[in-house]
Write a protein of this length. Structure first.
Length: 232
């Protein structure tokens, strides 16, 4: 198999899901004692979150670019950035290495195209929802119209992600609020919902939702598995 590098820790709960799902996927494909050949650089999320809050994306990009270079030197043949929000600095990472970054937006966009979806709801951090690096990629590359919530709801979605989900707290009131947001987006014409934050899938796991849920983590892992197993 090929060897895959993971830029993780943002948060470690979601990175643990990446690790588990990649290994489960390899076992299902190859059987026996096979597991995924992975290299992991797990950052201290507190530092990254502080740079997000300060708007210092250049510094955050440098930090992750240096981590990506380390993974490349260690033998990674491709990279997964195990977070939606930090794909804002994907260009800085791509410029720093010679190996491909498997982009989460492409994994999501390809899945939406396969389903014939033209209009999708998006849940995520305020950076993912309000800035163009994610929604713009889906629109320009895949022709997907992305619906988001009013600003007050976005602020609460973001608060829950950082104050609760990234700290391993998955509470019933947060779950109910997210489902209410999805119902409103369904009423506005959304065909499916993109879980565009790698922790949201943990919150909404096994719930009855008003829209079909596309978990960006699972789709990103599937892209990683395709690359890992290409030569197996």
């Amino acid at each position: 198999m090929n060897q895959l590098g993971i830029l993780g820790g943002m948060s470690w709960e979601s990175t643990a899901s990446y690790y588990r799902l990649l290994n489960q996927g390899v076992r299902q494909s190859l059987g026996g004692l096979h597991s995924a050949p992975l290299l992991l650089h797990s950052v201290d999320f507190a530092g990254i979150a502080a740079l997000q809050k300060a708007g210092d994306w250049e510094a955050a990009g440098r930090l992750l670019a240096e981590a990506a270079q380390g993974l490349q030197r260690a033998g990674a043949g491709a990279l997964l950035l195990a977070t939606n929000t930090m794909h804002k600095v994907a260009p800085a990472i791509e410029a720093a290495v010679e190996i491909p970054l498997l982009h989460i937006g492409d994994a999501v966009g390809q899945a939406l195209q396969r389903r014939g979806v033209r209009k999708a709801a998006l849940l995520g951090t305020r950076f993912t929802l309000l800035e163009d690096f994610y929604r713009g990629r889906l629109a320009e590359r895949f022709g997907i119209e992305v619906l988001i919530q009013p600003l007050a709801q976005i602020e609460e979605i973001d608060r829950v992600i950082f104050a609760e989900l990234c700290q391993g707290r998955f509470q019933a009131d947060a779950r109910a609020f997210y489902l209410e947001c999805l119902e409103q987006l369904r009423a506005r014409g959304a065909e499916v919902a993109i879980l565009g934050c790698t922790e949201i899938g943990l919150l909404l796991e096994n719930v009855a939702a008003p829209l079909a849920l596309l978990d960006s983590t699972e789709l990103h892992v599937a892209m990683g598995l395709e690359w890992l197993l290409a030569d197996a």
